[in-house]
Design a protein around this ligand. Structure first.
Ligand SMILES: Cc1ncc(COP(=O)(O)O)c(C=O)c1O
Length: 356
């Protein structure tokens, strides 16, 4: 039995997208691929409101996240850590042989502009990593306010993970002073996993030229040279790029404003429901993710059992990430989902909670 996905990624994939993936294969050095590549990167630039380069990486998000630190950290990196993925990014930065310091806040808290300012005011760093939407805790940090701070530090290259937020709300990459914006496609884009997208500003590309040890697979300068020919350095996941092309068409057909509103409406629906049911929400108001709700288990229910019962009903449910397992649960509301999908899981959950 297929379990319908309410976990925060991978997200349920529409039949139309799966169909696009079955498009007959082409060679990536054929003109047909260059045409596809240009169409996809142009649409992504429009979606992200940027004229920066947009590169397609055949990897999961962490491939491009590792590539970004390899290419862009020259002197020392400030890793802002407020959950499982940002903590991991610090470890990845160190494992690439880079000098780096973690700036930790409690899981469930946002990264604040004040924290970014105090870290950068030391003058020790020439790059930062920041996760916009920490999927492990359902926290969304305030990008526009952080961007104001970044403007004070023109020598610092900003690397921002929008893995679980890109396309669900307006993230104008250039206006937000993001030099390298990275995301995977298995979250709000609702595509199967295996493709990551990243942008590179002029400043990022200039930095990459000065940084040794960039490797090959994720070398930004290799991506740049290939992009001149609407191509990628290595054989790309062409089927997924067809799927991305179709999904971008669907996104623009829905309309960006409408898409952002749909995500905001779903987030409101889910936040209201968890509170009506006597659960809490981990992040404080103002920092709650628009693409998932991370609820605190204030009723002390056996979340493992809830997960099992939902599974028997054909629903995949997440009972907390890492050290938050059992203490929180996360419900996704992103991609192609609608309120009706949320009503389905909440109805089933109400029945299960009544029986427990
Ligand atoms: C915010 C965030 N960053 C990074 C990742 C890692 O992505 P991947 O598993 O595609 O490498 C995830 C995955 O859930 C994520 O949610």
């Amino acid at each position: 039995m297929h379990k319908k996905l309410y976990i925060p990624g991978p997200i349920e994939v529409s039949p139309e997208i799966l169909e696009a993936m079955a498009t007959p294969m082409i060679g990536h050095r054929m003109p047909e691929y260059a045409h596809l590549h240009k169409g996809v990167t142009d649409k992504l630039k429009q979606l992200m409101s940027t004229d920066d380069r947009v590169f397609l990486s055949t990897s999961s998000a962490f491939g491009a996240m590792e590539g970004a630190v390899r290419n862009l950290v020259g002197k020392r990196c400030a890793n802002f850590c407020n959950g499982a993925f940002s903590d991991k990014w610090h470890k990845v930065t160190l494992s690439c042989g880079k000098e780096a310091d973690p700036f930790n806040v409690e899981w469930g808290e946002p990264i604040t502009p004040e924290l970014v300012d105090s870290a950068l005011s030391t003058g020790k760093y020439d790059a930062i990593t920041l996760i916009h939407n920490e999927t492990s805790t359902g926290v969304m940090s305030p990008l526009p306010e952080i961007a104001e701070v970044l403007r004070k530090y023109p020598d610092v290259v900003s690397i921002v993970d929008t893995v679980s937020s890109m396309s669900a709300l307006n993230i104008p990459v250039s206006e937000l002073a993001i030099d390298c914006c990275v995301f995977g496609v298995q979250k709000a884009f609702a595509l199967p996993p295996g493709l990551a997208v990243f942008t590179a500003s002029e400043r990022a590309l200039e930095r990459a030229k000065t940084v040794p040890g960039r490797g090959y697979y994720f070398d930004f300068l290799e991506f740049l040279a290939a992009d001149e020919k609407d191509n990628t350095p290595s054989t790309p996941c062409i089927s997924l790029i067809y799927a991305m092309d179709r999904q971008l068409e669907r996104i623009f057909a829905e309309g960006l404003e409408q898409r952002w509103q749909r995500h905001a409406d779903m987030a409101n629906f889910m936040r209201n429901w968890v509170q009506e049911q006597g659960f809490g929400i981990l992040p404080a108001e103002g920092y709650r993710s628009i693409t998932l709700t991370c609820a605190t288990n204030d009723r002390g229910v056996d979340l493992g059992l809830v997960k099992k019962r939902l599974g028997e009903r054909g629903i995949a449910f997440d009972d907390g990430y890492g050290k938050l397992k059992g203490r929180t649960f996360r419900i996704a509301h992103m991609g192609d989902m609608k309120i009706a999908d949320l009503e389905q899981i909440t109805t089933e959950m109400e029945r299960i909670l009544q029986d427990l």
